[in-house]
Design a protein around this ligand. Structure first.
Ligand code: HAM
Length: 420
């Protein structure tokens, strides 16, 4: 038997209901903020991510699924959605002199070491806003996250960390100071950080290694390099968050693993999923549109990691309300087509209810066993006697006190929907 590729999971029927619920809730919240959907390709030119996400990032350096197209072009499966989103809107002329608020969803691909909460194919729902320079839109995106956790009932498991990286110039000056401080100490850094010292020094701040963290205590501090304009932007953002009652922690070590960020960055984190604690991350990337060939356009966004949000919802035993399922038991070959017609009629009358029609024959006892195993709340018994009398038996499978009643077809939908 050929197996699934490592790090690529199947989402099986027993889990898909939770996935669907989480996606519906999050997409509902994002739509309520009037963000419009864009659908983007899974494959892009590799160059898009090299220029957008950054040559020196882990993602581009060692995590992309890159392949040669038949005509020799280098393509990559998207490791994230922001660069594609910028490309798509810019290519269609939707960014220049305009405001856009868009959302996207779907699988992303990174060749990471798989573990709980970290996969090679994982799912994001993202939101991006273009053309707004002020801190109000940063706050709006954070408010969307807060509203999603509230809608899912997981707010108490998630907290917000925010930071400001300052302008591009401030970031470059800080990077230089950090490298100057750490270079003489290189031998004492962990292996990953030694490599990053050359390629992506700010990621060293993220290191989980205690010795490295010890060395960082006396290192130059990012907030000292942040320019006045960014500081004011950040202070205004915090003020809006305070006014909205959104609690946060300012984490000066929050730098993010992608190169395009400037000014505000944020992460929603949980303590409940071990080391894969970030369930949503984002920030401002005012320089990216220009870097990819467009004009200077302020931009900010986030992406929610759905795999982790679903894990968290399962962990806190979130109940996914199931619509009243109905199982129709049909006795005898003569009633087969009438059973189909009955099912169609009931589906038309109760579009919210899933109706499953028994197939494969057998007596009512056997069929009711199947009905029970299907998880359905109700069963209808439709045999010769019912066909002759015009009254069907409706049986509640989960509550014996409701028992079994005889009803005409027209009454069944009303009886079921009034019980939901
Ligand atoms: P990111 O931090 O790379 O940012 O990913 C966002 C979220 O996706 C993470 O917080 C995490 O929940 C989830 N995630 C990332 N990698 C994996 C993985 N291997 N397995 C499971 N979940 C994962 C971005 O992708 C940016 N594009 C976010 C953004 C949008 N910034 C501005 N706009």
């Amino acid at each position: 038997m050929v197996r699934a590729v490592r790090g690529m999971r199947d989402i099986l029927p027993q889990d898909a209901r939770m996935w669907r619920h989480v996606e519906d809730m999050i997409q509902g919240v994002i739509a309520s903020f009037a963000y419009e959907e864009v659908r983007l390709p899974l494959l892009e030119f590799t160059e898009l991510f090299a220029r957008g996400v950054g040559e020196a990032t882990d993602i581009v350096e060692k995590e992309m699924y890159t392949l040669a197209d038949r005509d020799g072009d280098s393509l990559s499966l998207r490791p994230e959605g922001t660069a594609s989103c910028v490309r798509a809107l810019e290519e269609s002329g939707l960014l220049y002199n305009q405001n856009q608020r868009v959302t996207y969803a779907g699988p992303m691909f990174r060749y990471e070491k798989p573990q709980k909460g970290r996969y090679r194919q994982f799912y994001q729902i993202g939101a991006e806003a273009f053309g707004f320079a002020g801190p109000d839109v940063d706050a709006e995106l954070i408010a969307i996250g807060a509203a999603c956790w509230k809608a899912l009932g997981i707010s108490q498991h998630i907290s917000l960390e925010v930071n400001s990286l300052g302008s591009n110039e401030a970031r470059i000056a800080y990077k230089e100071a950090l490298v100057a401080y750490l270079t003489p100490l290189k031998e004492q850094l962990d292996e990953d950080s030694q490599r990053r010292l050359l390629s992506n020094p700010m990621r060293i701040l993220d290191s989980k290694n205690p010795a490295t963290q010890g060395l960082l205590k006396l290192s130059p501090q990012l907030p000292d390099f942040v320019d006045e304009e960014s500081k004011a932007h950040f202070q205004q953002l915090l003020k809006i968050l305070d006014a909205m009652g959104i609690t946060y922690k300012v984490n000066p070590n929050l730098v993010r693993g992608l190169d395009y960020y400037t000014h505000t960055v944020f992460e929603w984190v949980t303590q409940d999923l071990g080391s894969q604690g970030a369930v949503c991350a984002g920030g401002r990337y005012d320089g990216l549109v220009k870097q990819l060939g467009g004009r200077n356009t302020p931009a900010v966004g986030f992406a929610i990691g759905l795999d982790r949000v679903v894990l968290l919802c399962e962990l806190v035993k979130l109940e996914v309300k199931q619509s009243a399922d109905l199982y129709i038991c049909v006795l005898g070959d003569e009633l087969r087509s009438k059973g189909m017609i009955l099912a169609r009629q009931l589906r038309d009358e109760m579009p919210q209810t899933s109706v499953r029609l028994h197939m494969g024959g057998g007596n009512f006892k056997k069929q009711l066993k199947r009905a029970d195993a299907s998880g359905a709340t109700w069963a209808i018994l439709y045999g010769e006697e019912e066909a002759a009398s015009g009254e069907l038996s409706l049986k509640h499978l989960r509550d014996v006190s409701v028992g079994q009643v005889k009803l005409r077809v027209e009454q069944i939908a009303q009886r079921i929907t009034s019980s939901i």
